[in-house]
Design a protein around this ligand. Structure first.
Ligand SMILES: [Zn+2]
Length: 92
């Protein structure tokens, strides 16, 4: 009773769990503490990758719009500036 609910193998490495030597963490079973740490690190890495991917996806739509408006502003600002700079160049 109860003990039959645990899986037969380690969540991290897939090694068969012994009758006595196994560890239970956050609803998962591992053959050794090291496997739990490995699995936890893997989850953290996956979460970080997911977060950065979500951030990149969230940043993508605003980036081209920003670049476009910036380029438009720079284009209108540059035109008079370069026209003014042209007469100054020969005087150098
Ligand atoms: Zn293991």
């Amino acid at each position: 009773m109860g003990i039959g609910s645990r899986p037969a193998s380690c969540t991290a490495c897939g090694k068969r769990l012994g009758r006595k030597h196994w560890y239970y963490r956050n609803g998962l079973y591992f053959c050794q503490v090291r496997c739990w740490e490995t699995h936890r690190e893997k989850l953290a890495e996956e979460k970080a990758a997911k977060d950065s991917a979500a951030q990149a996806a969230a940043a993508k739509p605003s980036a081209p719009a920003e670049a476009k408006s910036e380029a438009g502003a720079a284009g209108t600002a540059q035109a008079p500036a370069s026209a003014e700079a042209k007469p100054a160049a020969p005087a150098q």
